[in-house]
Design a protein around this ligand. Sequence first.
Ligand code: NIG
Ligand code: FE
Length: 412
Amino acid sequence: MRLLFKNIKELIQVRTKQELFVSGKDMKKLPVISNAFLLIEDGIISNFGEMKACPEVNVDKEIDATGKMILPTWCDSHTHLVYAGNREGEFVDRIKGLSYEEIAARGGGILNSAKKLQEISEEELYEQSKVRLEEIMLLGTGAVEIKSGYGLTIEAELKMLRVIDRLKRNYPIAVKATFLGAHAIPQDYKNNKQGYLNMLVNELMPRIEKERLAEYVDIFCEAGYFTVEDTEFVLQAGLKHGLLPKIHVNQFNAIGGVEAGVKYNALSVDHLEVMPKEDIEILKGSKTMPVALPSCSFFLGIPYTPGRQIIDSGLPLALATDYNPGSTPSGNMNFVVSTACIKMKLTPEEAINAATINGAYAMGLERDYGSITVGKQANIILTKPINSYGFIPYSFGNNQIESVYLKGIKIL
Ligand code: NIG
Ligand code: FE
């Protein structure tokens, strides 16, 4: 099956060489070909270039993209989109003045979602979650990481991971699974946190490894949740079971989680709303990707990750949604890209790099996703007619996507 796009106004994020990620000043560069063609064969990018070099080949379908742009689909490296029910009640409580931490302390928050998830069937959880997966695909996301962490019991965590696995098998979007058993301390272990961690490590991890239900391990390293010591305990065990770390750190307090992440070669450290200079220094020279989640800051009214400072210090940065029922009930990467520009002062080039190539790296998918490169999956967004790619973040809250192709197949 051959698909040829012709007369593309701008083909965005073209990379001829395989690059792991882009950092610092290089994030300002977004390689583009004007008046371009793109050839897709059997779901894989097979050729691209300027229109004058467009090959004369027989194709199954030719698409005229005059006035329109093509870019790789978004890579959302941090979500919790498998969950049960919603938490609009807490949303109203926050409007009335309660903080996210106060709501959690009253038994709301993660424990509220865990209760709902424990009570529903696996089938129902799948049905509710697939709606969100379909929704983000239509918003241009072509690769996504999904975490467990609303189960908090052996059975419920496995139920979540099996649902993630089923979504992965049933949809064309690339899905990576992360085990986040250490998301909160469940009621039954209120006074026995170590007992809970032992259960995660000794009973759940071996099953997850055996049934290949996750590739990554996560922990909410935060005051009132899990300490740095707990984090090291979980990451060390995870590595023994083949689970690489990708962790929640510095959302409300910097307690040393970034250092722990780097020590265990975390693929990413996510949130970073509170980012002391020392933590920026620790990340330098590491292979750990800092990930910002600006929709979470928007929704909770908490500080934004200092993305400008992170990039200016020479580090890379990835952007993700954090789609979850408590802090970010939205999986819209277009909004994330806009918000990163508006609130974190990233340029459109930096934000698009952060949401594509760097996002792919932050979930171990950089070989096949995140750029227009020969041999990569043909996951692309075709925009409506627009003047420049800067219009995508500029026109925040509006949708500039005309079509989405995943593995070369048109889904929108
Ligand atoms: O990434 N901070 C920890 N976990 C989620 C929110 C969980 C919830 O409120 O349900 C987050 O923001
Ligand atoms: Fe999260």
